[in-house]
Design a protein around this ligand. Sequence first.
Ligand SMILES: Cc1cc2nc3c(=O)[nH]c(=O)nc-3n(C[C@H](O)[C@H](O)[C@H](O)COP(=O)(O)O)c2cc1C
Length: 253
Amino acid sequence: MIFYFTGTGNSLYTAKQLANQNESVINITDALKTEQFYYSLEEGESVGFIFPIYYWGLPTVMEEFLDKLKISNYKNPYTYAVCTCGQNIGDTMQILKKSLQSKNYHLDSGFSVPFLDNYILLYDIVSKEEQQKKLLEADKVLSHIKSVIHKKEKGVFDIEKGKLPGFFSYVVHQLYVHGRDTKKFYAMDTCIGCGKCEKICPVNSIQMVNQKPEWHGKCTQCLGCIHRCPVKAIQYGTKTQDRGRYTNPNVNL
Ligand SMILES: Cc1cc2nc3c(=O)[nH]c(=O)nc-3n(C[C@H](O)[C@H](O)[C@H](O)COP(=O)(O)O)c2cc1C
């Protein structure tokens, strides 16, 4: 059973690449929206958690989901995690391990996969050629992960922590936890009022009012609304108008 969260498709692609035939692949956004937190494992079934790294830590929606998750028939199954990222993940794997242990689950192996950084509030998206290169590199990492998890190898932690992992995951991550304000999001006049942003927002922060999206409260910053808008009408502050948009080209979101 694989649980995945995604904003722009890298983690969905990862889940699809790693899933066995007939394995259940659970979309955490759907699970949160429909309040599905109870799952049952079949004999010998593995458990995988796949999600993007946000500020060297877990997306807030992952924390919420893990907090509410209840897996029955969890009899020492092979359990692994894969973090998709732009560069590195700090101490996230250790943090996840502790979180799982606090619920009497465990983590046997963990991996990070650099795709490309979709955080366009700070950086532009790399060129198409660079994207292609990164996606091919990610494929190589994924085939290695696939062979490890299909053999159910334990104690394999192939992760790129980056510099000062503790500082970034425990201190800098707090900027994300206490930030996530939606005040700077807006839709330009080119918005066609399709309502896709409202539908895909994992935390229901977007409401369509007079066929235009309005943002309320905090969000998890998946940036799905910005990247997946069909007419590139959604912006955040003054910088995103000139920046590219990205969705993983190998999956249909
Ligand atoms: C709010 C936010 C914070 C991010 N922080 C990091 C980070 O700390 N380290 C990193 O390598 N990538 C970071 N990224 C990049 C994403 O982890 C990366 O693009 C990921 O593959 C996106 O996955 P998705 O396509 O499944 O949403 C961040 C992206 C966002 C939106």
